[in-house]
Design a protein around this ligand. Structure first.
Ligand code: AMP
Ligand code: GLY
Length: 427
């Protein structure tokens, strides 16, 4: 079987690496991929949103299964286009991808499905939004741009002034362009954050083992929000009763409510949750695997990923055997460019990759890299996801940071406390 992975980040490197381990898979292509995917599989120089070229490639190379990594092509309808062309593809169609493409849509579906989430209101008018904030007795609010904003369109505010400023940045300054034509203003929740990812075939929901991301830039969850600075799996904050709650109160109602709206959900359904004193509440839905959660999760998955995704496209998850996991924990530490999540330079040569990769039970997934002559150079804000598996969380952490120590480039940095939440947690 030949597989095409669309995308170029750490998630896609992990996907391509795992899919290439299947005995059924003869070849994996990654479009456009990065310097890391070039080492493990074959890169194809096609942009993830160039749907017509992707379809042409899939036809000419006789691709048996295409797996879409990032949200942008999903929201743009890449799955619909592949299906219209008679090609097998794993991912939600355009209508289903609205769950991530529009936060207002996601909130409406949650309301219909009675899924626990922060109280909210949506606005298309700046003055209405500002008046709403002024009338609230509590200023601790979260203001979100409706559309896709590469994880940046969310302002967690301490008071009314901050919330009003956020509305103005989104709706007047148009920091996120059209994505900010509408805003969602919601109550600010507190608690630990949890990522639950599930594979869905339209009816059946197969949850993967949970992971915990680290969204803030700096140690101790300080600093600005990022795409994710590291993750580990499994996590003690998601014992079986929490997972059951999430499946019963979140995932099942969402998939069924969408179905009643005429939308069949196939692909990854990712619930970003906050574990509040009242139980798990949804912060957001994503319609693809999490990055960096995918790296530790796939490192632990023993089940053949190709078989699993194939079954999801066939609609046969009901008969699929229970997933098998390496019980040992895995952690992924993101190494980032100086300046990220703000402005950063690209093109720094990276040293020590081979030394890091040689370490046992360790894999360096590339996120923002490109091959330039003999050098692998930085090409993004999040550059590498250094991932290791260990006998316990402390051992996995030690191994991951040992690998991090081998790697250097001008301005490289990472959080030093990835997975400490697991050890700090007392149930
Ligand atoms: P989102 O993209 O909606 O997940 O938001 C990004 C981050 O903002 C989340 O991972 C949380 O850390 C934070 N966040 C979002 N919504 C809320 C909320 N209602 N209360 C507190 N924090 C939130
Ligand atoms: N790690 C957060 C995300 O993938 O959205």
């Amino acid at each position: 079987m030949q597989v095409l992975v669309i995308g170029q980040g750490g998630r896609e490197h992990a996907l391509a690496w795992k899919l290439s381990q299947s005995p059924k898979v003869t070849r994996v292509f990654c479009a456009p991929g990065n310097a890391g995917t070039a080492r493990d599989v074959t890169n194809v120089d096609i942009n993830p949103t160039d749907v017509q070229r992707l379809i042409k490639f899939a036809r000419t190379e006789r691709i048996d299964l295409t797996v879409v990594g990032p949200e942008a092509p999903l929201v743009a309808g890449v799955v619909d286009a592949f299906e219209d062309a008679g090609l097998r593809v794993f991912g939600p169609n355009k209508a289903a991808a609205q769950l991530e493409g529009s936060k207002a849509f996601a909130k409406q579906i949650m309301k219909l499905a009675k899924v626990p989430t922060a109280e909210f209101q949506t606005f298309t008018d700046v003055d209405d939004a500002v008046r709403h904030i002024e009338e609230r007795s509590i200023g601790k609010l979260v203001v979100k741009a409706d559309g896709l904003a590469s994880g940046k369109g969310v302002y967690v505010c301490d008071d009314r002034d901050e919330a009003i400023a956020a509305v103005r940045r989104i709706m007047v300054d148009k920091e996120f362009g059209k994505a900010g034509a509408q805003v969602v203003i919601e109550e600010r929740l507190s608690g630990q954050e949890l990522s639950v990812l599930a594979i869905v075939d339209g009816r059946m929901i197969v949850p993967l083992e949970a992971a915990q991301d680290h969204k803030a830039a700096y140690d101790g969850d300080q600093g600005p929000n990022t795409g994710g600075m590291g993750a580990y799996s499994p996590t003690p904050i998601a014992p079986p009763e929490v997972m059951d709650d999430v499946v019963q109160k979140v995932l099942i109602p969402i998939v069924h409510t969408l179905r009643r709206q005429g939308i069949e959900y196939r692909g990854v359904l990712y619930a970003g949750l906050m574990l509040t004193a009242q139980g798990p509440k949804v912060l957001e839905f994503n319609v693809r695997l999490g990055d960096p959660e995918t790296q530790p999760v796939l490192m632990r998955l023993k089940t053949d990923l190709f078989d699993l995704l194939w079954a999801a496209t066939e609609g046969t998850l009901r008969e699929f055997p229970a997933l098998e996991w390496d019980p040992r924990p895995a952690i992924c530490v993101v190494m980032a460019s100086e300046g990220y999540p703000g402005e950063y330079a690209k093109g720094h040569a990276i040293r020590g990759l081979d030394d890091a990769d040689k370490l046992p039970d360790t894999k360096v997934f590339h996120a923002g890299t490109v091959q330039l002559g003999d050098n692998v150079v930085t090409d993004g804000g999040r550059v590498l996801g250094v991932t290791a598996i260990g006998n316990d969380v402390a051992d996995a952490k030690r191994r991951a940071y040992e690998a991090v120590k081998c790697i250097r480039w001008n301005g490289a940095w990472c959080r030093k406390d990835i997975s400490d939440k697991a050890r700090a947690y007392v149930s």
